[in-house]
Each structure stands twice: as C-alpha cells, then as structure tokens.
Design a protein around this ligand. Structure first.
Ligand code: FUB
Ligand code: ZN
Length: 661
C-alpha cells in the first residue's frame, strides 16, 4: 500500500487537495465568474485572511460573542420554535412578527460566512440543528413560511404588500447558498429550490401575480441562477423587478413605499422604505450584471447618484425618517432624528458593491467604506452583544435613548450586521481581466489567483484605519504581467505610492491607481494615505448642519461624546475653533486603553458660559447676546464607538468658529 502511495504523482495530489478544500474558499458572496457584464469578480471569503487590526477584532467578537448570543436570543424568544411547532417537535404557539423566519436565515448566513473563514465544528453543529428544524417544517409542496402555515394557508400570496413571503424566501436562499459554499451541504439549498420551484410550477400557473412587498428576493434569485444555471430563476427575478401592478391593483403610494410592483426601470428617485429601496436596487444591479440591459444601468446610476448626492448621511447611513423608515426629501438629513437603520447602511453597501463590479469606479468603493466604517460599524457594540437599530448622528444623553439593545421584536439588524462582518474579507479584493483590484485596507494575507489562473499571494501590513501607511507584498507564483489597481480614497488628498521604492505619478484621490508591470516575488507597494483630519461642511440645504462641521480622519467619522470632555463642559455648549490648519486643529493620538484601543482627536475648542438650554425658546434679537466663551480641550472619538459607555450626549456635527490667524 505504501509503495502504491509513493507512485501517486504530484499533480494528482494537488487535484485531490483542491477537491477537499472548502467550497467557501472557492466561491465568493457573489458568483460572478460567468456574469457577462461583471467587469470584476470578488474573491471568496476564505481567500483573504484578516490577521490584525480593527476588523480582525470586530470579526473575532462577531464569532465569539455576537453569533452565539443571537442564537440564544432567537431561541429564548421562540423564533426557532416557530419551525419546531410546524413539524410537531414542539407544541407551542407561534411568536414574533410575520417575518421572523428571515432573522433565522440571516443568522445562518452569518454563521456560514464565519465557517467559510474558519471551520468550527461546534458552530457547524448548531447550524445543522437549526437547518434540520427548518427543513422539517417545509410542506411537501415546497412552501415554507412559519406565518402562513398551519392556519393561515388561505392568506398566502394575498397580503404581498405586507406579507414578506418572498422576502423570507430570499433570505432563505442567500443563507442556503452561503452554507453550501461553506460546507458543501445542500440540504437547505434544496429546500429553498423546492420553494422556488413551487412558485414556478404551482403558484404562477395558478394565476397568482407576484409582488415583492419587501424586496430581497431579486438578489437571491439572481444568485441562485448563478449557482444553478437555471434561467427560470433569472426570469423570475425579472418578473418581480418588472412588477405586475395592473393585475394586483397596487396603488401608486404602495409601489413608491415598497420600491416594487412597477417597472424598476421607470424609477427616478430613491424614495419610500430605505432598506426596501436599496435591496431592490441591489437586485436590479444583479440583474444588470447578467443581462447588461442599458435601461437598467441608466436607472441604477441615476438612483445611486440621487442617494449619494442628496440623501446619504456623512456616516454612509441612509433613510432619514422614522415614519415609514423612509428616505426623506433631498437634503432632509436631521441628526438626532436620523433613522439610519443598520440594515439600510448595509443595503447601501451591498448595492454599491454590485455597482462597483459592473463599473469599477472608486466612488462606489468610497461609499462602501464610508458606510462600513461608520454607520454599519456603529450597529454592533464593541462587546458584540448589543445592536443599534437606528444610528443617529446626535443624542442628547436622555436615558430613554437606549440605542443599543440585545434584542428587538423586529430583529433584522443584528443578524444583518453579523453576516456583513463575517463576509467582510470578500469585500477587500476583486480580480479583473487585467489584474487585481485592492478596494480596502487591513492587515492580512490574500491567497487567490488571477483570472488567467496564476496563483497570487498578497500580504497587507498596516495599522489602517489608525495609520495611513499600507505595505503590500505582491507575490505571484511566477513572474507575470498584470495590473494592481489600488484604491486611492477620495479623502486622501496627498497620497504617496511607491513600488519597490519608486514614487508613482498620477495618484488621484477617488480613483484606482493602475500599477502595471511584470510582478514577481519580492515586489512591494507602499502607500501612504493622507490621514490629516478634515473638517467637512454640509450643503447649505442640509439646514441642520448650517454653521457646523463634521470631522473625518481617514475613513472614520468622529464625534464628541460627553464622557471624554472636561468636567462641567457639555457637548451641546461647545464649538470647534478652526484655524484652517486641520493637522494642528485636530491632533490624533492612539489611546490603547479607550474603547478597545482607538485613535482619538484632541481639539482646543471653545465652551460657552451660558448653557443654550437656559436661553429663551423665542425672543427678540437682543435676548441672545453673544455668549462668553473660554478655551476648552475637547476629545473626539470615532463615531462607531458611540454609546459603548451608556446613554450619554453625542454629536457628529458641531458648530465651528473660524479662528482669525
Ligand atoms: O420588514 C423587515 C425588516 O424590518 C426591514 O428590512 C426593516 O427595515 C424592518 O422594517
Ligand atoms: Zn434592520
């Protein structure tokens, strides 16, 4: 036997080893290998190992604390029992709103991405048990939804405006694909396909029109099409994106709010429920990546511009209005009242990610970075067990503003945050026919291949986002000519890039710098991004921000939070004092003992002697004499860490006075 083994040729060993490597190391979050209109292909989650820094810490907390504790919450709130009840495993009443199945699916998806990075038998066993409960609840027909089974059959497909049937199915499919890619196990995927086939074979032929009252299914169906190469799934996505409003008699306001029901290509502005609108747009972008329909692209770019130029917060959050969790009018961007649901920032990110793969422009990655580091990052506490549903840009410190909680009756955000953190390595690099795109920066090792099959190892070493220096050791298996496209963030106004010590030209903020050469082992790129803090103003039409500035350093937005200020100084009674030299105005200092280790900004500002709260609500001009001000040393923390020390006052936009020089 031993003698026989010795004869196994090396190439055969390689084939065997690649066959037993995990599927998650081969397929990304989006499988764009055969998508005709994708200019980029993302790398698999397992191809990039983040080894240190901010994201390594956040991802570790996600796996160690967040994913297990949310499973406990889903259990204790009866959300898993909703499945067991249908299979007869547990005789209990159904609990929670009608879309709770989706939260279980998103939890599975997050766990699946974690398994794509690192096999974990304990976690896998938990997921397998949950999947077993889910599949046991599925009807023979393929239908699967714990709200509309066992008593509500007659209501199926009759309440699509609010019913979330397709939404839950979409999350089921995404979870199933991620789990199949992590483990090779198709049990959940086959259950999802049975449900889709039931719609195709029974529901539609039965005369039922379809309507995504909450978009999500579109993305999932396109990804299912990519995985299974069954054109019916792409066509079903098209049917939903086109809408069947005449047959369903939907009202205009229903279609505006849900961003569904009528042709996507007729849309001209981001409106209605923010998560719905961005999920629909992400699904439409997926559809474009497969079809190249130019009208879809025109619509997508118009909508994306509407969001980014007029309706997005400086934190990357979207959806200003609590009423309807909706987009507001252009420039309607209140700070304390900002709704900015975590899911909406995530939806912005996943939509922008699809746009980037259709058209590799740095502006899409810049928006992803803004949302990821700020409005998404804030959504999960440093402990990993508390979550923001809303991510406002100002808080008064009122104890009733308990913005971080372990559980919400509508618990969409926690598992959504988990799946983003767990899948994050996939968002750092993509390949193109020309080479490698580097979108984001974190210490870690990429072990992947160029599109011509050349193995490629890239080691990033950096303290980003605390420091601006990034070193990339680029090592293809053999010397190969290709381009490394390095994203120069729009905020980095003075970037220096060197390749093997040689300074590069044409380094423009907000673009990809193409470094074309024959790359070989030992080659090194060093980028020095400009981390000078920037005082940002807002468009005058964003009226609440008039006279104020928000401070950004690198990708991070900063905030004043009460505990960091000198005793007796209230954040609502201070102003920044801007000299015009931001490096001197805001001095960066890494504080390893604060909030898990963050770079703070120190600023010599001014504090007003008379609290604004004591001034009259209204009065003649004379009632508001200039307040006396004295210098005060203020400290700003990264926005994403707000409220990790209780319900305290916090502010991103701060009044600014210009110092005469
Ligand atoms: O409707 C399901 C989820 O609940 C939405 O995505 C969130 O915005 C919340 O409304
Ligand atoms: Zn949410």
């Amino acid at each position: 036997m031993l003698r026989r083994l010795v004869w196994i040729p090396c190439w055969w060993l390689c084939v065997c080893l690649s066959a037993i490597s995990l599927p998650g190391q081969q397929v990304s979050v989006l499988r764009l290998e055969e998508s005709p209109h994708a200019k980029l292909r993302p790398v698999p989650v397992g191809a990039f190992t983040i080894t240190g820094g901010l994201w390594a810490a956040r991802r570790e907390v996600n796996v160690r604390a967040s994913i297990p504790s949310l499973l406990d919450e889903l259990e204790s709130h009866g959300i898993l029992d909703n499945f067991r009840r249908l299979s007869g495993r547990k005789p209990v009443a159904r609990r929670g709103p009608l879309y709770t199945d989706s939260d279980v699916y998103k939890w599975i998806e997050g766990a699946a991405f974690a398994l794509q990075s690192k096999p974990d038998t304990v976690l896998k066993a938990k997921v397998d048990a949950v999947i077993d409960d889910i599949v046991a609840a599925q009807e023979k027909s393929g239908y699967l939804n714990t709200w509309y089974q066992d008593g509500r059959e007659a209501l199926r497909w009759q309440q699509q405006h609010t019913g979330h049937e397709l939404y839950c199915l979409g999350h089921l499919l995404q979870a199933a694909l991620a789990y199949q890619r992590a483990t090779g196990d198709r049990v959940l995927l086959d259950a999802g396909i049975r449900f889709v086939n039931h719609i195709l074979n029974d529901v539609i032929p039965g005369g039922q029109a379809l309507y995504a009252g909450h978009p999500e299914i579109e993305m999932a169906l396109v990804e299912l099409y990519r995985a299974e190469r069954d054109k019916r799934y792409l066509d079903l996505a098209s049917r939903i994106l086109t809408g069947e409003h005449e047959r369903l008699k939907l009202t205009e306001s229903q279609m505006r709010y849900t961003f569904s029901g009528k042709p996507f290509t007729g849309r001209t502005e981001m409106e209605g429920h923010a998560v719905r609108a961005c999920y629909a747009s992400a699904g439409a972008a997926d559809y474009y990546l497969e079809t190249g329909d130019p009208v879809y692209w025109q619509t997508l770019t118009r909508l994306w511009d509407d969001m980014v130029l007029r309706k997005m917060y400086v934190t990357g959050g979207v959806g200003s209005r609590a009423s309807g969790e909706a987009f507001g009018e252009p420039f309607e961007l209140p700070n304390a009242q900002a709704y900015t649901e975590s899911c909406a920032a995530i939806a912005n990110m996943i939509w922008s990610w699809r746009m980037l793969h259709a058209d590799p422009q740095a502006k899409y990655a810049d928006v992803i970075e803004r949302a990821l580091y700020n409005s998404i990052n804030s959504g999960m506490s440093l402990s990993g067990t508390l979550y923001c549903y809303r991510n406002p840009l100002a808080l008064s410190g009122n104890p009733k503003d308990k913005i971080r909680n372990p559980w919400y009756d509508t618990t969409c955000c926690p598992p959504n945050l988990q799946r983003v953190f767990a899948s994050l390595p996939a968002y750092f690099y993509s390949t193109s026919a020309e080479g490698l795109y580097v979108h984001h920066y974190a210490s870690g090792v990429l072990d992947w291949k160029l599109q011509d099959g050349t193995r490629l190892n890239v080691r990033q070493t950096t303290e980003y986002p605390w420091q601006g220096k990034v070193t990339l050791d680029v090592a293809p298996a053999a010397a190969t000519e290709f381009a490394v496209f390095l994203r120069i963030p729009e905020w980095s106004q003075g970037t220096v890039v060197r390749v093997n010590g040689e300074a590069q030209t044409n380094v423009r903020p907000g673009s990809y710098l193409a470094l074309r050469r024959t790359w070989k082992q030992g080659d090194q790129v060093v980028a020095e991004f400009d981390m000078t803090p920037r005082a940002l103003r807002a468009n005058p039409l964003a009226r609440e921000n008039a006279g104020s500035v928000a401070i950004q350093r690198g990708p991070l937005m900063y905030a004043l939070e009460q505990p960091d200020q000198p005793l007796g100084t209230r954040v609502e009674d201070v102003a920044f004092s801007i000299s015009g030299d931001p490096a001197k105005d805001f001095v960066a200092h890494f504080d390893s003992g604060l909030l898990g280790g963050v770079t703070v900004l120190r600023h010599r500002g001014i504090a007003f002697d008379r609290p604004a709260a004591e001034l009259p609500l209204y009065g003649p001009i004379e009632a508001y004499p200039p307040r006396n001000a004295k210098p005060v040393d203020l400290t700003l923390i990264p926005y994403f860490t707000f409220h990790n020390r209780g319900e305290v006052a916090m502010q991103v936009w701060v009044p600014a006075q210009t110092k005469s020089r």
